[in-house]
Design a protein around this ligand. Sequence first.
Ligand SMILES: *Cc1c(COP(=O)(O)O)cnc(C)c1O
Length: 362
Amino acid sequence: MSEFIPAAKPIVGDEERAAVDAVLASGMLAQGAEVATFEQEFSEVLLDGRAVVAVNSGTAGQHLGLLASGVGPGDEVIVPSFTFAATANSVALTGATPVFADIEPNHFCLDPADVAAKVTERTVGIMPVHLYGHPANMTAFEELAAQRGLALYEDAAQAHGASLGGRRVGTFGRFAMFSLYPTKNMTSGEGGMVSTDDAGVERMLRLLRNQGMEKQYENEVVGFNARMTNIHAAIGRVQLTKVLGWTETRRRNAAFLDANLEGVVTPPVAEGAEHVYHQYTIRVPEDRDGFATALREQYQIGSGVYYPIPNHRLPSFGLDLDLPETERAAREVLSLPVHPSLSEADLERIVAAVNELAKAGA
Ligand SMILES: *Cc1c(COP(=O)(O)O)cnc(C)c1O
């Protein structure tokens, strides 16, 4: 029996352990100098120097980013329904209403035409998701936002280092959120980063993550405790030195799958887009779940369905909407292993298995 190939595998080693040990030995465990250095380095490596604020999760970053941008009750923010629930949750948690729009059929990101159709007088912003590590169509969204006087926010949770037209994701929106959860392209254990080029938003983010305080015990606004710890920052700083190399490996793995898979729809990449392959997602139009079960049971290969239930139909939102590409994607998508720990033999096994199953199903 072959060894199981997991769908995702965080890479954490001796350097991360040593960095955590150094923080523990220092006695400075909570948010401090290590976090400030991590913010600066993250900005230099991934965001061309744009300001970055570290928080304790991607979701907290997205929630606080919206609050810092002035989003609240009575407002509408347009989001995809085909994403992780945190996207719409963060809007709902501000008291604003998430308005769900459909996705483009090719790369699964928010569809600018459907977004334009869903703008109302209450709409204040659009929050595209760079899903699976593929940049959303920010060129179209910038144009639409300018025309209709709307703000752009980015959910870049899955897209560290992705770019469009040579411009890094995270540099388009009023703010952008990156997640540092273990299965993302780099991790700090739990954590999030928010980038912004708006000094007012940056200051409010720093206040909101720390009980509304800049100076100890002089609380200016009502805030949260969303601080990152120095322990998590130490892990993140090591990972940051590796993320671009891991991304190159992900891209090489994806190119191998593109070149060798047969009988399935491989993920297309938009003109000018640099995909960072957080996921390598194919479409299996017939019996996707049976295909995934066979991969696991007959071939010992893990895979993932991101996401099986469109957000608007989750019990937490419970909306009956007509989003045909969202529904089709939820039925058909299957993410194959593409992570940087795969060996050449693993990749060959994945190709052989998928091609056999696709042929048998055809
Ligand atoms: C992971 C993720 C989030 C939330 O990030 P956390 O760090 O887990 O809170 C939000 N949006 C998308 C698209 C994600 O994949």
